[in-house]
Design a protein around this ligand. Structure first.
Ligand code: AMP
Ligand code: ZN
Length: 500
């Protein structure tokens, strides 16, 4: 009998609203209610966007690992200024335009192994809820209609405005308006709740007039629809703190008189050369760009989560190379441990090392999701256990315990189990379908130029050649496969192969 497991931990997470690290736990017997702002499906997401979704994935997975049931809602912003502009320019319907990028977003989530939230809600399917909210705001004297038929939130109606971003709004002009969904930090003004229809734009005929919702009202309406008037946690990238989240709070709390979200989590930016990675700066990479350059989805995942969410992360290709090597080390170790034969019993020092690694791993995540400090003890354990295996000091209970530590690590990091081939194959297929062949790295094409059956056939031929002591041919086959990125491992159980 091997000794039993450790007990769950409570998460302490920085809360933008209080400015402190607060405990995040659901009400007794309830799931933890989370709303995380989703993508605007106007284009392919860049890896800065995915850094935010990945960090929320880390949060989700850590909570689940500790037995906390979740009700996590993510919106899909499928109507906003940029989408409207692009549909008008390309002459397709809103749904035709957004469907393509929504599908691409889900494919990218899958490639990065980002778990799906319990609820995914499209803005365009919740228009009546948004209209109702505008009506309630109007009834409360906090919304007014302009001559053109747009509706604005009256900032003066919410004296607590600025409490999340801690902005000083003393210079604010009363009654000044801004109708862009995304606007600059200094323009704290009455913002658009509902935008009157313009010719040629998609619009909805509603009791408050013909038009379309502003971006901020979407999130208030959908969060309250699925999570109630008050919920546990609201998350998003740091750029959303102002004005988006500030506006969500103003709209929601004005009608409910209750705290909207108790806890706010903001993921710091992914930078390139010290500047925010963004479409408008032109300094971005999409996930597909990187897959086509030959980086694996798991390496991109690891690189983007290894720096904790509270820190900005400067993107470099070296970080992807480091992540690739780190994953290879973990996978090789895992294979060696899971496939090995060890004498029964336990090695007390290794048991202690494994338990300490697990406690430090969980403790670092519980301490404001410190992913960097969480992964370090796991790599240290890999080193210790490799040495123990080399010296014949590892026993069956040690293997079981270390495998269970790795399972917990992978319940959050999810990089050991090798499922990298599918995303790369899909990216290549996508590049071919969309005229981007020239972006596919030549090594990747060479690697993909051999089908599984051909590999199997060549390996059978190699086995035959070895039997006949034709080692020249056997070696030739090995190098032929190596050129195509196929790595062969001869083991006691037979020949195993994988793509590099
Ligand atoms: P959007 O599709 O523009 O609404 O953005 C989706 C998510 O990505 C939001 O939570 C943004 O805050 C986040 N985001 C945008 N740019 C970056 C970046 N460079 N680094 C991290 N998160 C980002
Ligand atoms: Zn939002």
């Amino acid at each position: 009998m091997c000794p039993p497991d450790e007990s769950p931990m409570t998460l302490r997470l920085f809360n933008t609203l209080t400015g402190e690290v607060d405990t995040l736990a659901p009400a007794p017997g309830e799931p933890l209610r989370i709303y995380a702002c989703g993508p605007t499906v106007y284009d392919y997401g860049h890896i800065g966007n995915f850094r935010t979704f990945l960090q929320v994935d880390v949060l989700r997975r850590f909570l689940k690992l500790n037995g906390i049931p979740l009700r996590h809602v993510m919106n899909i912003t499928d109507v906003d200024d940029r989408i409207i502009q692009n549909t008008v320019a390309s002459g397709v319907t809103l749904r035709e335009y957004t469907a393509r990028f929504e599908q691409a977003f889900f494919e990218d989530l899958d490639a990065l192994r980002i778990e799906r939230p319990e609820v995914i809600a499209r803005a365009t399917e919740h228009i009546p809820r948004m209209v109702e909210l505008v009506q309630r705001l109007a009834a409360a004297g906090a919304a007014y209609k302009t001559d053109e038929g747009s509706w604005y939130f009256r900032l003066a109606a919410f004296p607590e405005y600025g409490k999340l971003s801690k902005k000083d709004l003393s210079g604010m002009e009363d009654g000044a308006r801004v109708d862009l969904d995304r606007y600059e930090k200094d323009s704290a003004r009455d913002f658009a709740l509902w935008k009157a229809a313009k010719p040629g734009e998609t619009s909805w005929d509603t009791p408050i007039g013909r038009g379309r919702p502003g971006w901020h009202i979407e999130c208030s309406a959908m969060a309250m629809e699925y999570l109630g008037e008050s919920f546990d946690l609201h998350a998003g990238g740091e750029d959303l703190m102002f004005p988006h989240h500030e506006n969500e709070i103003a709209q929601s709390e004005t009608v409910t008189h209750k705290p909207f979200a108790r806890h706010w989590m903001h993921v710091r930016f992914l930078l390139v050369d010290g500047r925010k990675m963004s479409k408008s700066e032109g300094n971005f990479f999409t996930l597909r760009d990187l897959l086509l350059k030959g980086y694996k989805a798991s390496a991109i995942r690891l690189a983007l989560i290894s720096v904790p969410y509270r820190h900005q992360l400067n993107f470099t290709f070296d970080s992807l190379t480091d992540a690739t090597k780190a994953i290879e080390r973990l996978r090789t170790f895992h294979r060696r441990l899971a496939g090995g034969n060890f004498p029964s019993g336990e090695n007390a020092a290794l048991q202690a090392a494994a338990r300490k690694a697990e406690a430090n791993f969980l403790g670092a995540l519980a301490d404001d999701l410190n992913t960097a400090e969480a992964r370090a003890p796991i790599f240290e354990l890999v080193r210790t256990a490799n040495t123990a295996m080399d010296e014949g000091q590892l026993r069956s209970c040690d293997r079981d315990l270390i495998l269970s530590v790795l399972r917990k690590f992978d319940a959050v990091f999810d990089v050991i189990d090798d499922r990298d081939e599918e995303p790369t194959r899909r990216a290549i297929e996508w590049a071919r379908q969309t005229g981007r062949e020239s972006e596919i790295a030549p090594e990747l094409l060479a690697r993909q130029s051999i089908a599984d059956e051909q590999v199997e056939a060549l390996l059978a031929e190699r086995a035959q050649a070895k039997k006949q002591r034709n080692f020249a041919r056997a070696d030739q086959i090995r190098s032929e496969l190596a050129e195509k990125g196929i790595v062969i491992e001869d083991s006691k159980e037979g020949v195993r192969w994988k793509r590099k």
